[in-house]
Design a protein around this ligand. Sequence first.
Ligand SMILES: CC(=O)N[C@H]1[C@@H](OP(=O)(O)OP(=O)(O)OC[C@H]2O[C@@H](n3ccc(=O)[nH]c3=O)[C@H](O)[C@@H]2O)O[C@H](CO)[C@@H](O)[C@@H]1O[C@H](C)C(=O)N[C@@H](C)C(=O)N[C@@H](CCC(=O)O)C(=O)O
Ligand SMILES: Nc1ncnc2c1ncn2[C@@H]1O[C@H](COP(=O)(O)OP(=O)(O)OP(=O)(O)O)[C@@H](O)[C@H]1O
Length: 457
Amino acid sequence: MTITVQPRLTRVFRFTRASYADGVAELAYAFDEGEELVETIRFPQAPAVPTERRAAFDAALKLLHLVAGVSYYKAGVPPKIELADGPLDDGTAELLDQLYLHGLAEFAYRNGLDLRGRIAFPRLGAGTGTERSRGGSAPAVGALDLPKRTLVPIGGGKDSLVAVEAIKAISGEATAVWVGNSALIAACAERTGLPTLNIQRELAPGLFELNRLGAWNGHIPVTAVNSAILAVAAILYGYDSITFANERSASAATLEYDGQQVNHQWSKSLAFETLLGDWLHTHVAADLDYCSLLRPYSELAITRAFAKLTPYFDVFSSCNRNFKLLGPKPVDRWCGQCPKCHFVFLALAPFLPKPRLLAIFGRNLLDDENQAAGFDALLEYQDHKPFECVGEGAEARAAMYALSQRPEWQEDALVERFRSEILPQLDATQLALEPWLEPSPEHRVPARLQAALAAIG
Ligand SMILES: CC(=O)N[C@H]1[C@@H](OP(=O)(O)OP(=O)(O)OC[C@H]2O[C@@H](n3ccc(=O)[nH]c3=O)[C@H](O)[C@@H]2O)O[C@H](CO)[C@@H](O)[C@@H]1O[C@H](C)C(=O)N[C@@H](C)C(=O)N[C@@H](CCC(=O)O)C(=O)O
Ligand SMILES: Nc1ncnc2c1ncn2[C@@H]1O[C@H](COP(=O)(O)OP(=O)(O)OP(=O)(O)O)[C@@H](O)[C@H]1O
């Protein structure tokens, strides 16, 4: 495919069409009058869409088209957005405005862009008269009597496996589902013993051509894309709930810049969960629940729970370098260099026998002076939290403090450095591990699944 637009000079981003037939969804976009960029999602062994769920399916597919557009919009960030299907009701436009602004906040910060005031999805009634500048709300949909079973997304790391085991503990009917073709995630899903569902996602090849032509590039809110894919899947296959494994800490900003919070994990935050969960209730099906089973828990509470799940130790990995579409992957599941490797090593250390942890990682990251800067960033010492899915700085400091009190860890280079150099500068009353293990009451887990929460804490 030959791309003829210069991405950074484009004027309009267009959502041109979304179609679905025989298990294949095509989501198409274009800049200005340029070629279509078509993303493809494949739903395996898809049944025919049941008639009574047709409207819900169409609504979910439309949302997926709008959400997945973020990968392409970011290539040019033109000032105008156009929708071939016409403007959106207020609720939908608000969800999209928020997602593109906050989900692309890291992208904007790193590229020196300011997206505030730039992103405005067309709204019904906007600009058509003085009496109504916004489009009003769509009539709320009813329940569809969806089967009482749960889609549990699997990411290959510890969090989703903790969620799986919590659902298994209450004998909930569930399917382990993942998007993409990662063999590592497939192995984890297989290990759960649950039925599995693997949905394929192929980005438009033209995006890589745009990248080569100097498109804007950077982080996108991928959890939102996966969530929208799973909403379509829930209606298609018949599930009444989608339970992600997004932790409490995911709501905390990575940094604040020019009055704006920048959160790498925004589409894992409670704010996004609330927006999407409410939207699905009003626009798709009143009985389709979208939530995170791990929302009450800190990363440390989750690593404590995961430390008991020994059958997964030889298959899981939280290192995101495994999940790159292009380029090399770590040879042995953990690159040992990235913020996720650093954080997971540190957060598991208080809860696992040391030899067990070293066996998982194949090395001792805390006894390697070359990794000091990486751990400093986690501790928010002379740096900000990394742009990655890691816990809060205070949480990392609590874990490091716990290790500094243990004979088996305190001689290791970076623990010793923490004790001698960093600890004297910290408020010792803020370093206890125990408060991090307490669940918070805030979550959106539906009544039917709440017993699973007790299986985690
Ligand atoms: C695996 C990874 O971390 N990828 C990020 C990385 O991408 P990179 O360029 O190094 O390589 P690829 O992943 O192979 O992607 C190639 C290009 O494709 C585009 N792209 C990819 C996926 C997608 O959904 N949309 C896309 O537009 C993009 O142009 C890529 O350059 O760096 C990129 C730039 O910062 C990131 O966008 C890539 O992140 C992936 C989308 C990804 O899946 N990342 C997750 C591991 C991730 O970050 N998860 C977060 C969830 C946060 C959230 O709010 O959803 C987390 O765990 O905290
Ligand atoms: N490819 C994927 N398909 C479906 N869901 C995914 C995928 N990747 C991540 N997720 C889900 O997104 C959420 C956030 O992912 P995240 O990487 O934080 O979790 P994880 O991989 O389970 O654990 P870890 O924090 O150890 O990496 C989790 O619920 C995870 O299951």
